[in-house]
Design a binder for this molecule. Structure first.
Ligand code: AMP
Ligand code: ZN
Length: 451
């Protein structure tokens, strides 16, 4: 398979280190508010990645983390803690807030019919292990203490700027005055935050005899080290994570333990809504409930995402969502055909679709291959199962075979037509339509479809 690797800025041939265990890590959500539809695009792309690898015969060990601690509103270690902000807004404890939004996230994740990760890891379950990573970094001389926390001296990690192609000199010149003059370099970041005298923090742990909490970039490094072991095969996240979050993950894990973090890095681009950035002030922060109110399901949305590419900036519109909904309905009707006529062997189409997906996850290309054969062929069970496995759109689950009574009625109508009793044929067609089934007459006979 070919994948665009952010590490090398090239499309490269992907081979896992061990086919029995392809190690995949995807940065997860910060659970301090409801996730909007933009937040979910990446999980659809990564689900396609997992499904493609599985289809190729690999065993995929995929970890998803849940950030339920210590993520500040700014990547730069200042600003409010996102969890505390959510708790204040809701009049709840940070733990209750985390629980509620995590459950809501997982509900949507599962409604999108994603392959269940091998493990979902909460950051708060790895704080002891974070401390071990901080100790390892300290031992190697990467850290310095400040009143705000233990900071990583990025000048001691010579390749710090490489991953994101950062221009540190330029950064320095453009830097605003940070929280404290104690910071040695503008790119230095907190691996552990102290709770200062007179301050409090809802989530806190004792470390080195003081109370504090982990910096937000450390959990992914820790969880990868504990659960998968570096180097992993593929690390995924949003493009916004390249310059700070992922750069800092690498500096911590590779600095502490000396091994490469990941062989491949995949980054998804952002979506805009009706041409605008997603923002509260524009009133376009759509959740799945908002889509449901307009008659769209999670699967309609997933269909829309799969029509595009993870590296492309995409524009979402309800017009396009309506088109995606129709396309999905066409696939369901196509899948339902497998009960009624002689099926065509579509294994060549399957091969062509896989070739598209193995070309840097070109799902739009794979769907185009499917469209080429759809109107002229009847799929067999095997092909339809493949479609469900590769896209996870649930096209078979939602199209149960029709009842024997309905089938008998369809046969009765065919006979009526043959006997030129068109009044009876039309009456039967109306009765069948009331059951939600449309009939299509063609030279080859009559085909039924879900309306
Ligand atoms: P936030 O909680 O706002 O930091 O968002 C969490 C992650 O969701 C971000 O780090 C992005 O990778 C992703 N994300 C946010 N907005 C969008 C968007 N409009 N399109 C795609 N991904 C997004
Ligand atoms: Zn991460």
């Amino acid at each position: 398979m070919k994948l665009y690797n952010t590490l090398t800025r090239k499309i490269e041939n992907f081979e896992p280190q061990d086919a029995e265990r392809v190690k995949v890590y995807t940065c997860g959500p910060t659970v301090y508010s409801f996730a909007h539809i933009g937040n979910f695009t990446c999980y659809v792309y990564w689900d396609l990645l997992v499904r493609t690898l599985k289809q190729q015969g690999y065993n995929v060990d995929r970890i998803l983390n849940i950030t339920d601690v210590g993520h500040l509103t700014s990547d730069a270690d200042d600003g409010e803690d996102k969890m505390e902000k959510g708790a204040k807004r809701e009049g709840k404890t940070v733990w209750e807030v985390a629980e509620m939004y995590m459950n809501d996230f997982l509900k949507n994740f599962r409604a999108l019919n994603m392959v269940e990760p091998s493990k979902i890891c909460r950051a708060t379950d790895y704080v002891k292990e974070d401390m071990a990573l901080v100790d390892a970094l300290d031992k190697k001389g990467f850290l310095y203490d400040t009143t705000d926390g233990l900071y990583y001296d990025t000048s001691k990690f010579p390749t710090y700027a490489d991953f994101a192609h950062l221009d540190l000199e330029h950064l320095k010149a453009g830097a605003r005055v940070e929280f404290s003059s104690e910071k040695r370099n503008v790119s230095d970041f907190a691996v552990w935050k102290w709770i200062r005298d007179g301050e409090d923090h809802a989530m806190k742990w004792e470390y080195r005899g003081r109370m504090g909490y982990p910096g937000w970039h450390i959990e992914c490094a820790t969880i990868i080290h504990e659960e998968l072991g570096e180097p992993i095969d593929i690390h995924c996240g949003g493009i916004d994570h390249i310059p700070i979050h992922h750069t800092n993950e690498i500096a911590q894990l590779e600095g502490a333990y000396g091994k490469q973090m990941s062989k491949f890095w995949l980054h998804n681009n952002f979506i805009t809504i009706e041409g605008q950035k997603i923002s509260k002030s524009l009133g376009n922060v759509y959740m799945f409930d908002d889509l449901a109110e307009r008659g769209y399901t999670h699967m309609d949305y997933k269909m829309w995402v799969l029509q595009g590419h993870f590296q492309s900036e995409r524009n979402f519109s309800f017009e396009d969502l309506a088109a995606a909904k129709q396309r999905l309905l066409n696939y369901r009707n196509f899948a339902a055909l497998r009960w009624q006529k002689d099926a065509t062997d579509l294994s060549e189409t399957k091969t062509a679709m896989m070739a598209q997906l193995e070309n840097n996850l070109n799902s739009a290309g794979a769907l185009a291959e499917l469209d080429k054969v759809m109107s002229k062929n009847v799929p067999d069970e095997k092909f339809v199962q493949f479609l469900d496995e590769i896209f996870g759109l649930g096209i078979t689950e939602s199209t149960p075979d029709i009842s024997k009574e309905l089938k008998a009625k369809i046969a009765e109508r065919v006979d009526a037509k043959k006997a030129k009793d068109f009044a009876k044929a039309d009456q039967l067609r109306d009765e069948i339509a009331r059951e939600g089934i449309t009939l299509l007459d063609s030279a080859d006979g009559t085909i039924w479809q879900y309306a």
